[in-house]
Design a protein around this ligand. Structure first.
Ligand SMILES: Cc1cc2nc3c(=O)[nH]c(=O)nc-3n(C[C@H](O)[C@H](O)[C@H](O)COP(=O)(O)OP(=O)(O)OC[C@H]3O[C@@H](n4cnc5c(N)ncnc54)[C@H](O)[C@@H]3O)c2cc1C
Length: 413
């Protein structure tokens, strides 16, 4: 099978790169072995939340303070500004509408009832201009009876610190009785499916209205709209008080919906998405990757002019930590990280952990390195790249989407 470009990994970076290329008429295939980090999506994409422990107001300005090895510095300040500006438009073309801008972080409420700075927030969720200022005196936090993935008491604690008086309540409905019998079935995606089917939303909204007469705001877990993209707006229209959704524990309903919409966009543009297939190895000739072998296609190799490695970080096995080495399990590419295991961790859990910075090494054009030499047609994008601690910095999605667009531009040149 022959394509212009084959992308390894169908998470946020692989899909962003694939959509950008397919929009320009490039024939693309994405091979993805399984779930991606977007299934755990909080509802907000971070560009840069913190530098050296200090909260960032303007991510585009603060990027200049990052070390030269950081992916943003390597993409270049002006390119980051331009590409970050393109991201909301690309997402909107896929049917995903976000608020926010790269020049100024806004704030969102976390599942702990605290606030954090972020870049783009999905329309389901509520954005705040300032940290620490909430526009309500009384909030009611509602949960579904038996739903263990939403911690109302943490939220109550957090909001109380901002001076909000909080009540917590549970709602029971017969539509959820079947899934409630087994706690492992009472998950956000199953609750969302009941609302997607349509019959429960009206009754739920009526119950919410009864329980929240005294409140200025109703806080609910974000379990609305898995396949049906209008459920969240319908709910907000039926509930009399303002509704604020907070992320529940994974799987994330808005995350799965985002993945579905991005994948649909890629496929509508003519892209081929091979889900549940694992890229096992590649064949190299004269500094170029000729083809890749996948578990499902066996002898039928996937050939392309360009390849993109977007296989994620440790979580997705884009890189793997063995007992005594770090490695990329597909091609054995050069790794940007310590080979000495004792250097991987800092014993202080909350310190900047060295292993979080590790990833596949790439040259200035984001081409992967093998034995110190760039592979001419193999690019690296997203969280498989080294050079940043996305968790500590609050830069995860930003690095993924900006590097994915940058790599797409390298291929299009
Ligand atoms: C649990 C979690 C939650 C996060 N939440 C947020 C958030 O809310 N906001 C934010 O800004 N950032 C968040 N991040 C940061 C995150 O890294 C990025 O947001 C981003 O989603 C990562 O995208 P990616 O495409 O680089 O990698 P991934 O999403 O990890 O995708 C990599 C894909 O490659 C596939 N793959 C791997 N190896 C192979 C192979 N050999 N063959 C075929 N396919 C393969 C995997 O199955 C996977 O689908 C989160 C990270 C994690 C781990």
């Amino acid at each position: 099978m022959k394509f212009d470009t084959v992308i390894i990994g169908g998470g946020l970076s692989g899909l962003t790169c694939g959509i950008q290329l397919a929009e320009q008429g490039i024939t693309c295939a994405i091979v993805s072995s399984g779930q991606s980090a977007i299934h755990f999506f909080s509802g907000s994409f971070d560009l840069l939340g913190k530098v050296e422990g200090r909260e960032v107001t303007n991510p585009l300005e603060s990027i200049k303070m990052l070390p030269p090895s950081h992916p943003y510095q390597r993409v270049g300040h002006h390119n980051v500004e331009r590409l970050a500006g393109e991201v909301p438009r690309l997402l909107a073309r896929a049917g995903l509408h976000f608020s926010g801008m790269a020049e100024k972080n806004h704030f969102v409420l976390t599942p702990m009832g605290t606030m954090k700075p972020t870049w783009l927030t999905l329309e389901d969720f509520t954005c705040f201009e300032q940290n620490g200022e909430l526009p309500w005196k009384r909030a009611t936090v509602l949960n579904f009876k038996g739903f263990l993935d939403f911690h109302t008491l943490f939220i109550k604690d957090g909001l109380t610190r901002y001076g909000v008086e909080v009540q917590t309540r549970d709602i029971a409905m017969k539509q959820f009785e079947a899934i409630r019998r087994n706690p492992s079935e009472m998950r956000s995606s199953n609750i969302a499916k009941v609302f997607d089917a349509g019959d429960a939303l009206n009754q739920f909204a009526e119950k919410v209205n009864e329980l929240t007469e005294d409140a200025d705001v109703v806080i609910l877990p974000a379990v609305f709209g898995l396949f049906n993209t209008t459920v969240t707006a319908d709910l907000k229209a039926r509930v009399k008080k303002p509704v604020v959704l907070l992320p529940a524990l994974p799987p994330s309903t808005p995350g799965i919906r985002s993945q579905i919409l991005l994948r649909q966009r890629f496929q509508e543009l003519g892209g081929t998405y091979l889900l549940g297939d694992i890229v096992q190895e590649g064949e190299f000739k004269e500094g170029r990757l000729q083809n890749i072998t996948t578990a499902n296609h066996g002898d039928i190799k996937l050939e392309a002019d360009h390849f993109v490695l977007a296989s994620g970080s440790f979580y997705s096995k884009g890189i793997v930590a063995g007992p005594d080495k770090l490695y990329d399990p597909i091609f054995g590419l050069d790794i940007d990280g310590e080979s000495d295991r004792s250097q991987w961790f800092d014993k202080q859990l909350f310190n900047d952990q060295p292993f979080m910075h590790y990833g596949v090494k790439a040259d200035e054009h984001f081409r992967a390195l093998l034995n110190g030499q760039p592979i001419e047609n193999l690019y690296v994008a997203g969280s498989v790249l080294g050079g940043a601690n996305p968790l500590k910095e609050g830069s995860g999605a930003g690095i993924c989407m900006v590097t994915a667009l940058h790599v797409a531009e390298q291929i299009l040149q």
